[in-house]
Design a protein around this ligand. Structure first.
Ligand SMILES: [Zn+2]
Length: 169
């Protein structure tokens, strides 16, 4: 997973959701940023986002919660993941057990669920996913054409060689 803001710094800075918390029993006051990570594997279509909840109070470096979320139907993830994965977990939102969590994770998951009630936010995540995936495909396409160029260049001297021999004949 790669941070959206790393590949799209301008849009990322403008469109990363953040929430200012005041007067809550379950969370310290202040700002919480919901940083998006998307899958960078060429050819993949997992349609999910991973969210790191970070805070300026902790230098944007401590991870307060890691949330995984997919916007498609359970059916989609059941088909996509096959028998090996749990579609309920893939759809989420859920707290990713393989990534950092804190005592505030479940409160932050609730906050994220609240954000998802806004269709605009869900649409934004989908749009960011698409932008990100397009850039992954473009990069892997460029990589593939670089590789085929390299093969072409290797073949060229052979072809010249053959041509020269033809001249000799
Ligand atoms: Zn993927």
């Amino acid at each position: 997973m790669i941070p959206f803001v790393e590949r799209f710094p301008v849009v990322g800075a403008r469109e990363t959701r953040s929430v200012t918390v005041t007067n809550r029993q379950d969370l310290p006051e202040g700002e919480y940023g919901f940083l998006e990570f998307y899958c960078g594997e060429p050819g993949c279509d997992c349609r999910r986002v991973m969210i790191d909840v970070l805070r300026p109070e902790t230098g944007w470096s401590k991870i307060w919660a890691t949330i995984s979320y997919g916007w498609e139907s359970l059916d989609f993830y059941a088909k996509w993941g096959g028998a090996a994965s749990d579609p309920l977990e893939m759809k989420g939102p859920y707290l990713d057990p393989l990534n950092p969590q804190t005592e505030y994770s479940s409160a932050l998951l609730n906050l994220f669920r609240f954000l998802l009630q806004s269709p605009d936010y869900v649409e934004r995540l989908k749009r960011h996913y698409q932008m990100f995936r397009d850039s992954v495909q473009k990069r892997s396409g460029r990589q593939a054409s670089l590789e085929s160029n390299r093969i072409e260049n290797k073949r060229k001297p052979l072809r010249d060689h053959r041509r020269r021999r033809q001249h000799l004949r």
